[in-house]
Design a binder for this molecule. Structure first.
Ligand SMILES: Nc1nc2c(c(=O)[nH]1)N[C@H]1C(S)=C(S)[C@@H](COP(=O)(O)OP(=O)(O)OC[C@H]3O[C@@H](n4cnc5c(=O)[nH]c(N)nc54)[C@H](O)[C@@H]3O)O[C@H]1N2
Ligand SMILES: Nc1nc2c(c(=O)[nH]1)N[C@H]1C(S)=C(S)[C@@H](COP(=O)(O)OP(=O)(O)OC[C@H]3O[C@@H](n4cnc5c(=O)[nH]c(N)nc54)[C@H](O)[C@@H]3O)O[C@H]1N2
Ligand SMILES: [Mo]
Length: 759
């Protein structure tokens, strides 16, 4: 399916915040610069911050920007600790290389940027000649302001394989793909973020109910959604319903907290749809005019009666029914969907689809305090430069033949197949990786030992990072030093947000460069026609011209920021969504497709369904007896962002070791006390964590941190900063769902026992 990159008609009307302040000013001996905290280190969000630099240009302090309508002066611990990251003695200061036979050894040799450009270009061109451009994988991590640039870099090199090594692309992409394929756009909960007046905008209404579904917004602030907006709304009267096996802060303040078994969200959603439809609680007018396939959906949900679904989820039926009634009863309902929906059950797409359909039949798209369609400021992962390759070349992207649905949304290769291809040459040889903003061995995906083999099988691995990482130490031939957002100019390119802004450079560390500049430099070497801009500013002016902001320049935006696109609700009635200017949604039928033609075209079930996660206590009771706890992984904390911040003193002091949350009753049963080192083990592998005994987790499960490494330990192989001992991903298989999206990272089994002395 062709995806519209920016579904909004050429309307470029915007308003500025109207600040009187210059971009930077003096306060005593310090210079204060206002900027956006987008990109590394550690965030997807883009809060507005004030950076304080001293006479030597050293970053010494960070504050939230009180004039910002987005975060209103609030920032988190990681931004407060930014000076420790920027000025850290372990930062990569210059490009380095080492011989292929020295992988895993600390035998780095400093080189210049020019040497790095020459040598990497030569190596990549050699590989291209022998195996074709498609044998080079361009791997990013989570969205650190990178997709726009790295996709273009891959395509301009000739490779259809930009990607991300997380099993089943099971972060954000399943939600994006499902929303896109059924509604034609992406949507997030409307917390008034579309206008500078926020909650006071006369067109805005607070949601009556807000569902926090598999998400912990206060800790995560994920994908352009600022968690404290939920608290702001609670203060104004919004009632919360939280769906989470753990008792989060928001769950404890919710009208209803559904503590379901991990990975059963699809069953819950289908049971709720059953109630909403059979009790006739849906919005008939919206369904008649704007939905496609209601009758088929009605028939399908009869297979999912509320009593059976409650049993599947291990919850009382009354809770399911109450949630359904509240979902439909509210004047408006907003849903904040999180990572758990992508990653707790490989069949993530149908579970998300059930929620997407629930929002539709209750009439909650494009209404104030319902679901908001963010305007794509830039073309992020959908493809700035997609046309650099022919359709035939794109069709060779790893995974699209086997899983055509992965072409919905980001144009990434299918990660589980890539990992295999790196070891087996099936479907074709992969011979080099370019890894930028990712730490795959310590954090990103399951079966890390297999991944190590895959990377060691490469002719060349290039890592672009802020720090030496376990991955870089184990497998890289070249490391290139990247900049934090304090050290580079840029644009705010987040997908979930509603405004335009710049990132403003205030300091320089060693020879580090920003990711956009690194891409531009290599682009100049590899394919100058595809990178016709001399400078990063020129490149960004071209990107802006292609965005809703129209012909504003980077310099003007820097002064005006933030600027907001004019917000209109019910755009589908006014012909403001489709590129042909007709009323309706941006789908084939112009309606929200409850019966998804996009899924059908890919040979998948067009209607939502539920399957158990694999393994599940219901389908594999024997294995569950052997490993009798459900293993949740990776619930976010305040003091780290994935594998980042382990070397930052202020943050590390808040949590020194990887922790596993265990309920007091479960801990007692297994003779475990708070602070004990324990083994977590299952049929795939094991790892050590420190027990944190807390009633936050349900008795039937444990919740283990992910992304840990010990920068203070020996980095050389085989120790690699301790990752093989402590990585919970040792226990996780890389198994995607039928669509190629989704995985079971938050719903495996495990057993738990104390670590013996000397282990
Ligand atoms: N078990 C388990 N595993 C998980 C998860 C889970 O919930 N459970 N979550 C998964 C999810 S959702 C995701 S998104 C992945 C994340 O996986 P990754 O995005 O690979 O996360 P990190 O390990 O933090 O790797 C990021 C690397 O980029 C570097 N970096 C930071 N900022 C910049 C920058 O501006 N430029 C450059 N060049 N480098 C930078 C950091 O130093 C770090 O080494 O992890 C996944 N892994
Ligand atoms: N501080 C910090 N912030 C981050 C990150 C980070 O590493 N650190 N990572 C960023 C990234 S890449 C991402 S993707 C986001 C993720 O952020 P979120 O979307 O918030 O995801 P998680 O924190 O993994 O899980 C959210 C909640 O889901 C619950 N949960 C677990 N299993 C299930 C289940 O099966 N069903 C339901 N309904 N709930 C379940 C967990 O208990 C947890 O409270 O955070 C981003 N923000
Ligand atoms: Mo993520």
């Amino acid at each position: 399916m062709e995806l519209a990159r920016d579904v909004i008609n050429g309307d470029t009307e915007w308003t500025a915040l109207g600040t009187d302040r210059p971009v930077s000013w003096k306060e005593g001996n310090l210079t204060v610069t206002r900027t956006t905290a987008r990109t590394g280190p550690g965030c997807h969000n883009g809060c507005f911050v004030l950076l304080y630099t001293d006479e030597n240009g050293k970053l010494v302090k960070v504050e939230g920007d009180p004039e910002s309508p987005y975060n209103e002066g609030r920032i988190c611990a990681r931004c407060l600790a930014l000076p420790e990251v920027v000025n850290h003695p372990d930062r990569l200061m210059y490009p380095m290389k080492r011989a292929k036979e020295d992988r895993g050894k600390d035998k780095w040799q400093r080189i210049t940027w020019d040497e790095a450009l020459d040598e990497i270009t030569e190596k990549f061109n050699e590989i291209k000649e022998k195996w074709g451009a498609k044998s080079v994988q361009f791997l990013q991590g989570t969205g650190r302001d990178i997709s726009t640039y790295i996709l273009r870099l891959a395509w301009s090199f000739g490779s259809p394989n930009p990607g991300y090594l997380l099993a089943g692309s099971s972060c954000y992409l399943p939600r994006i793909a499902s929303l896109y394929s059924e509604t034609g756009s992406f949507w997030i909960a409307d917390c008034g973020q579309a206008t500078p007046e926020r909650y006071d905008d006369p067109n805005y209404q607070i949601p009556e109910y807000m569902f926090i579904w598999g998400n912990n917004p206060l800790q995560a602030n994920a994908d352009g959604f600022f968690g404290h907006w939920v608290v702001d709304l609670m203060r104004r009267g919004t009632k919360l319903i939280t769906i989470d096996p753990r008792m989060t802060w928001l769950a404890s303040r919710s009208d209803l907290h559904i503590r379901l078994r991990s990975g059963t969200d699809g069953a819950l959603a289908l049971g709720m749809l059953n109630v909403i439809i059979n009790e006739d609680l849906y919005d008939h007018d919206f369904v008649d005019k704007w939905c496609y396939g209601f009758d088929q959906l009605k028939e399908r949900v009869q297979e999912y009666p509320p009593d059976k679904m409650a049993e599947v989820c291990w919850i009382p039926e009354e809770q399911l029914v109450e949630a359904a009634r509240k979902f439909a009863a509210g004047n408006n309902t907003a849903v904040q969907m999180g990572l758990a929906l992508d990653m707790s059950n490989a069949e993530a797409i149908p579970a998300i689809q059930a929620i997407v359909n629930m929002i539709a039949i209750t009439g909650n798209y494009d209404v104030p305090g319902g679901m908001l369609m963010p305007y794509y400021i830039l073309n992020t992962g959908f493809g700035w430069g997609y046309d650099l390759l022919t359709p035939e070349e794109h069709a060779q992207r790893i995974g699209v033949e086997k899983y055509p649905f992965v072409a919905n949304g980001y144009n990434f290769s299918q990660p589980d197949m890539v990992l295999e291809a790196m070891r087996t040459d099936d479907p074709y040889p992969v011979r080099a990786t370019w890894i930028q903003t990712s730490n795959p061995l310590a954090c990103t995906t399951g079966e890390p030992e297999n991944q190590l083999k895959s990377f060691l099988n490469m002719e060349c691995n290039v890592v672009v990072d802020l720090f030496m990482t376990p991955t870089a130490m184990a497998v890289a031939d070249y490391v290139l030093p990247a900049s934090t957002f304090a050290e580079r100019d840029g644009l705010r390119t987040c997908d979930g947000c509603q405004y335009g802004a710049t990132i403003n450079k205030v300091t320089q560390i060693g020879e580090a460069k920003g990711d956009p500049e690194i891409e531009l430099m290599f682009g100049h070497r590899w394919n100058p026609e595809a990178w016709p801009w001399e400078t990063v500013d020129e490149m960004h002016n071209a990107l802006l011209a292609d965005s809703f902001m129209g012909n504003i320049t980077v310099d003007e935006l820097r002064q005006e920021a933030p600027i907001f696109k004019k917000q209109t609700y019910k755009k589908y009635e006014k012909g403001l969504i489709r590129s042909d200017g007709q009323p309706g949604f941006n789908t084939q039928t112009g309606r929200i497709e409850l019966y998804s033609l996009a899924l059908q075209a890919c040979g998948l079930d067009p209607l939502p369904y539920y399957e158990e996660p694999v393994p599940s206590p219901i389908n594999d009771p024997e294995l569950f007896e052997k490993y009798p706890l459900i293993l949740g992984t990776g619930a976010r904390d305040y003091m780290s962002f994935h594998s980042e911040h382990r070397q930052i003193p202020t943050l590390r002091n808040l949590k020194k070791d990887p922790e596993v949350e265990i309920n007091p009753k479960t801990a007692e049963k297994y003779g475990i006390e708070n602070g004990d080192w324990v083994w977590l083990e299952n049929q795939y592998g094991k790892c050590q964590h420190k027990a944190k005994v807390t009633p936050v987790v349900a008795e039937h499960m444990v919740m283990a941190d992910h992304g840990w490494w010990f920068p203070e330990e020996d980095g050389e192989s085989p120790n690699n900063y301790g990752i093989w001992r402590i990585n919970v991903n040792n226990l996780l298989p890389n198994i995607p769902g039928k669509s190629g999206f989704g995985t079971n990272f938050k719903s495996q089994f495990c057993k738990i026992y104390k670590v013996k002395d000397g282990e």
